[in-house]
Design a protein around this ligand. Structure first.
Ligand code: HEC
Length: 120
């Protein structure tokens, strides 16, 4: 009986862990109040998973490369990057192309701007 109970609780723990663990693609976590957003830890994973496939290398779409901190900061500071990610989902200019990011992900980038585009 004891063994059954411990097996059941083990399975329950496994189940709960699989539900709560965050994969690298899970970028929709709400920012805790007072969080200071840094490029290396919070922004780079978003850019790498959502933008880099098109904005990379000499043939980057729109002539825009988003491969490193300096390139991403320059685009964000110019206003262009922020403008494109905050457009309506139906706007043909919204980035990433074809679909708006979840609002919580956009908020991370807006907070990065508010914090002064820190690198790390
Ligand atoms: C599927 C390909 C694709 C993805 C993914 C993509 N883009 Fe783009 N992006 C384009 C294309 C094509 C253009 C050029 C056409 C235009 O300006 O809309 C462009 C243009 C831009 C521009 C304007 C060019 C400039 O120099 O200012 C910005 C800013 C931009 N993208 C940012 C982003 C960001 C940030 C992401 C990720 C959140 C992203 N893009 C994801 C294809 C993509």
């Amino acid at each position: 009986m004891k063994q059954i109970i411990s097996t059941v609780s083990f399975i329950t723990v496994l189940f709960l862990t699989s539900c709560t663990s965050t994969s690298p693609d899970d970028l929709t976590e709400e920012l805790a109040a007072g969080t200071v957003v840094k490029y290396d830890t919070q922004v780079a994973p978003i850019i790498q998973s959502q933008c880099l496939s098109c904005h990379n290398g000499p043939n980057a779409n729109g002539g825009l490369r988003l491969e490193n901190f300096t390139q991403v900061r320059n685009s964000a500071q110019s206003g262009s990057l922020i403008d494109r990610i905050t457009r309506d989902a139906s706007d043909p200019l919204v980035m990433p192309l074809g679909g708006r990011l979840p609002q919580a992900t956009i908020n991370i980038i807006l907070q990065w701007q508010a914090d002064g585009f820190l690198e790390n």
